[in-house]
Design a protein around this ligand. Structure first.
Ligand code: ADP
Ligand code: MG
Length: 349
């Protein structure tokens, strides 16, 4: 059917040129409109592919600002490419809509395409169907053969480094959850408290710079402890986090210390990169070449498990702190905000 609200009309109106054409997409031979997209691979490169799905009520609030849903759907995928050291080549968007809501679609596509344009990721295709609201994005990228960064590879003695600051998204989620519990409804999309939650950044440039430098990389999507746990498990080692030097999101200055710690260690969706830097790789040199702050927050260890220590080197009991303070937020996030429960957190004594 080709009526005014047909699938084809929606695609043309919101997801095809001219908006999508703002993106240069040098490697795109064939984009939206044919049976499939066609991308040119660069010589000596490997294809990197990743997919992530956001479901209404599960990954975003029913009244979540639509532009932010579009932005996050792409940003979370680009973060996975960043963590592989890959450069994005294109994205595919699978959209399941309960009804045709033009205001929602206009804002959603604006949020998605603004980031696509800024990150130079052409939207090369997708699928549009009817059903409960869900957004699934597939990103395709390329990396020089053999140079992809993995979770495996960290060795005892490597420095544990994180980009940017942590806990901002968890803080925003906590604020939003409280607003709803109080019946206040959705925040303004520009609310400073929700900056990280609504408009996360993918560290694509840092990821590229880490090729041949970092030994193992992961993006912090589930929380520092959980994602470091994944990296350690894949690498077959443990890690120590020096809590006093963990960079906190400025928003956490407003939070009580226990909540700030829970957000920084357990909160997800910050999309920073966490990596293992060998002792002979200069951090200063690396920091010079990237647009994000880099902080050494600890070290990889021979002993399995993750310990978080205070300024005196004494282990902190982090698992409980996380759980108490973010119990409410977990209800909104089925992939429960990991606060150390599923992670191998051990006391040192
Ligand atoms: P097919 O029946 O072959 O799957 P579709 O009718 O689903 O084709 O899609 C037609 C064209 O529009 C394809 O090129 C597809 O990639 C693209 N497309 C469909 N939905 C979207 C979307 N939400 N965003 C971008 N491109 C889309
Ligand atoms: Mg289709």
């Amino acid at each position: 059917m080709a009526g005014p609200d047909s699938e084809f009309d929606l695609i043309r109106r919101y997801f095809d040129a001219p908006a999508a054409a703002r993106v240069s997409g040098a490697g795109v031979r064939l984009g939206v409109g044919d049976d499939a997209a066609l991308l040119a691979l660069r010589e000596g490169h490997e294809l990197v592919a990743s997919v992530d799905t956001l479901v209404e009520g599960t990954h975003f609030f029913p009244d979540h600002p639509a532009a932010s849903v579009g932005h996050k759907a792409l940003a979370s995928n680009l973060s996975d490419l960043a963590a592989m050291g890959a450069e994005p080549s294109g994205a595919l968007l699978s959209l399941t809509l309960p009804r045709v809501d033009h205001a929602w679609l206009a804002a959603f596509s604006q949020g998605f395409l603004a980031l696509a344009s800024a990150a130079d990721v052409p939207l090369v295709g997708g699928d549009t169907t009817r059903g409960p609201l869900a957004v699934s994005v597939t990103v395709l990228g390329q990396v020089p053969a053999g140079q992809a960064l993995r979770r495996a590879g960290a060795r005892p003695g490597d420095r544990l480094v994180v980009t940017g600051a942590l806990g901002g998204a968890a803080f925003g989620l906590e604020q939003e959850t409280r607003r709803r519990a109080a019946g206040t409804g959705a925040a303004n999309a520009d609310a400073p408290a929700c900056e990280r939650l609504f408009w996360p950044n993918a560290r694509l440039e840092v990821g590229r710079m880490l090729r041949n430098r970092a030994r193992a990389v992961i993006d912090v999507s589930d929380g520092l402890l959980a994602d470091l746990g994944h990296l350690c498990a894949a690498s077959g080692c443990g890690a120590r986090i020096d809590w006093p030097v963990v960079p906190l999101d400025p928003l956490l200055a407003q939070a009580p210390p226990a909540e700030a710690r829970a957000a920084a260690l357990g909160g997800g969706e910050d999309y920073e990169l966490l990596f293992a830097l060998p002792a002979d790789e200069s951090l200063d040199l690396l920091a010079f070449g990237v647009d994000a702050p880099l902080t050494v927050i600890g070290e990889f260890t021979e002993t399995a498990g993750i310990v978080v220590v205070d300024a005196a080197g004494q282990p902190l009991d982090v698992a409980r702190a996380g759980h108490d303070h973010f119990a409410g937020a977990e209800a909104n996030k089925p992939e429960a905000m990991p606060t150390g429960q599923g992670t191998d957190v051990e006391a040192r004594d």
